[in-house]
Design a protein around this ligand. Sequence first.
Ligand code: ATR
Length: 275
Amino acid sequence: MKKWYAVIGDPIAHSLSPFMHDYWFEEHGIDATYIPVHVQPFELENAFNAMKTLGVSGFNITLPHKQSIIPFLSKLDETAVVMNAVNTVTFNGRQYIGWNTDGDGFVRSLSAQPVTLNEKVLIIGAGGAARGIAFALKRANYKDVTITNRTYRRAKELAEASGSSALTIKDAELSLADFSIIIQTTSVGLAKDEALPISLENLSIGSLVADIIYNPLETPFLKAAQEKNCTIMNGVGMFVYQGAIAFEKWTGIKPDTEKMIEIITEKLGGNYVNR
Ligand code: ATR
């Protein structure tokens, strides 16, 4: 029988996950489909029960359900426990298990760049996305990770939990030249004319500057970094790799991530070569 997978969220129409997973199912000759399901917060429990009844083989969860899905699951993998958020659910025939592939997705996309584990990394932001990335970087053995955030208390808390350091935005701005990898995880930049979450005045030439946002492909933050002759990395890689890790958990197959990054970049109106 044809298997089916889903992504649930509110809103959901914009999600590129159905396109990506259906592409991979077809590429590997797997008789399965992946559908977007619009689920509002008050419908979550009913939606999950309905998916179970209808035999869902696995699903992704996007905003705003990444935490609220947890009580309904049988158990959580360690990545989801640490983040207190789930973006992927697998079904082993008995149990629905929650995982979080966001942080590892980012780290895999970072590893595709010429970086080393000894470089000094600065994470801007201390929300859910920053949390996943901070823990994943530490798991991957990045030695020197610092977190800065508008609300310093949250940076400090995340740094203590993840074995990283914390700086105020002002101190991070002053010492920006020390960092060769800078990761922007806040929602600033979704709108074209928004201010930068941190001044890039002291940025060193040649640093790697990443933004987890992928639409727009080039946030004002990345544009400013490019003007300072830095290498920039948008969020397409993180999006594709988090999906690839989920796909592998469901099917045992490692899909072609490089080709998908190219396809998604072009779908979003970008030029892959100049990514
Ligand atoms: P997510 O799960 O997407 O990371 P979140 O948990 O709401 O979302 O976290 C949002 C992050 O963006 C936080 O680091 C937040 O800073 P605060 O902790 O000070 O709120 C940051 N952020 C949001 N809007 C911002 C702005 N206008 N300037 C700077 N940082 C901002």
